[in-house]
Design a protein around this ligand. Structure first.
Ligand code: URA
Length: 480
């Protein structure tokens, strides 16, 4: 009998080296006992093997499967993987295609379970913010079913590269200090502080994206099983959201909507252009705007708001349903998400000038609802008149373009938001004032993302973009 002791639960390198040597020494699976060393037993009963004398060539699909299966919480996985490798080396080159083979079937099921666990970790891991001696870091507690921390740490580095964080799990903990990733032993939930103001963000965010009319409790529980709830701050909002769903849906149905009045010939006659550029006068003038047909179905114009000496101007796409009724930009669900992200980026909305590329709400009536429609290039061009006046008066150092319509309005061309986002861009040279533009996604994009992990990732990227805007302003103030 050969005894192989691996250094830790996902010691892929050790397993691969041992498997090579074992195949080369022609030791069959039945003659091997695999184990993982205890922490105090690093050099336990290891059989020393001669170096391999033949090169072991394995199909790529088998290596990929093995890299996943080794993360499974199943003590027999090493023996199973070695059996698959042994049989392949003995000539069963197409073994993985035999999906009814018991070994193949078992490995495929384990891999599927690991992938499911990976998805849950990416979707349901929540960081808590911790401040120690004035320094902020983030800590998350997660209880994976399998040994998936090592394989997923890079994912969290990519998503949260700008933060200092630790992910604690019962068997292993991962730490990112902003430059390097390290791993330590497992931890306990007690190691995670619970004074968490980020919890509030999750509750507001979840409540904002919760659509009572689409409530399907079964689907919700299968996507977000109860066992994860204890670590999900937003789960606290779920019972109330479910309980109030029927009443909120009825209220949505009962809310009267405005049907667009029929445009008259008169309504298309262009107004004389305003000959002043003071913001207050332009705001008053804009209430009569007929520069494009959108005024006819909207409740009112939604002009920008904020201090006229703001260093940062945020430009969205167009007023939404709630903005149209209230006459103020970004006060609906997208606005609430924006407010949270601004706060996390260290920006105070009261110090920013917030406006839209298009100042009237464009929508299609659908029953009693008004469905948002994106403005087209001609509507964006028509509304540039007002946007230019706002920009000339406010003269921001940094103009944050939230999404494609804002990008088109200011840069004068179609933009590829995901490709061009997050870096300062010069404004077209004919434009005054000069300053920089920074393109990022529109908050509604975040609200529409279908899966949790994408939401977390994209929200973090959005906050990072807003932080870049803050840094640009700070650097500018420091240089002047
Ligand atoms: N979306 C926008 O682009 N602007 C708003 O004011 C609201 C939603």
């Amino acid at each position: 009998m050969a005894g192989i002791v691996l250094e830790h639960e996902v010691d892929w390198k050790g397993f691969r080296t041992a498997a090579r040597a074992l195949v080369s020494a022609e030791i069959p699976p039945a003659d091997i006992v695999w184990s993982v060393c205890a922490e105090d037993d690093l050099f336990g009963a290891v059989t020393s093997l001669p170096p391999p004398t033949l090169e072991l060539r394995l199909p790529r699909a088998l290596v990929t499967l093995a890299e996943t299966v080794i993360q499974a919480h199943a003590p027999a996985r090493f023996a199973l993987l070695y059996r698959l490798i042994w049989r392949t080396a003995q000539g069963e080159r197409y073994l993985l295609e035999q999906i009814t083979d018991p070994d193949v079937d078992r490995a495929r099921r384990l891999a599927q379970s690991v992938r499911r666990d990976t998805h849950k970790m990416r979707a349901f891991l929540r960081f808590r913010e911790v401040t120690t001696d004035g320094a902020t870091s983030h800590v998350a507690w997660f209880e994976p079913q399998h040994y998936i921390v090592e394989a997923n740490a890079d994912f969290f580095v990519r998503c949260f590269a700008g933060m200092t964080w630790s992910i604690l799990t019962p068997y292993r903990s991962a730490h990112w200090d902003g430059t390097a990733l390290s791993f330590t032993a497992g931890a306990s939930p007690k190691d995670v502080p619970d004074d968490d103001h980020l919890a509030e963000y999750w509750q507001v965010y979840f409540s904002a994206i919760f659509n009572p009319a689409r409530l399907k409790i079964g689907a919700m529980l299968s996507e977000m099983p109860r066992k994860y709830w204890k670590n999900l701050p937003e789960a606290a909002a779920i019972p109330e959201l479910i309980a109030s769903a029927a009443a909120r849906t009825q209220a949505m149905i009962d809310t009267p909507t405005l049907s667009p009045p029929r445009p008259t010939k008169r309504s298309h006659r262009p107004l004389p252009l305003p000959d002043q550029s003071s913001l207050a006068e332009a705001r008053a003038e804009a209430t009569q705007c007929r520069r494009c047909p959108l005024w006819a179905s909207a409740t009112q114009i939604v002009f920008g708001e904020g201090p006229t000496d703001a260093a940062i101007m945020l430009i969205g796409e167009q007023a939404g349903d709630q903005e149209d009724l209230a006459g103020r930009p970004f006060i609906g669900p997208a606005g609430q998400l924006l407010d949270r992200a601004l706060q996390e980026a260290g920006l105070d909305r009261r110090q920013l000038y917030v406006t839209n590329a298009v100042k009237h709400f464009k929508f299609t009536p659908r029953g009693k609802r008004r469905l948002h429609q994106s403005p087209d290039a001609s509507e964006i061009a028509a509304c540039r008149w007002w946007l230019d006046i706002e920009r000339a008066n406010v003269a921001p150092a940094v103009t944050v373009l939230l999404g494609g319509s804002a990008g088109r309005a200011v840069l004068g061309r179609p933009v590829a938001v995901l490709r061009e986002r997050g870096r300062p861009m010069p404004l077209p040279t004919e434009q005054r004032p000069q300053g920089v533009a920074l393109l990022t996604v529109h908050p509604s994009f975040l609200l529409r993302l279908p899966d949790e992990s994408a939401k977390i990732r994209e929200y973090a990227a959005f906050v990072a973009d807003l932080r870049t805007a803050a840094t640009l302003v700070n650097n500018r103030s420091a240089a002047t």
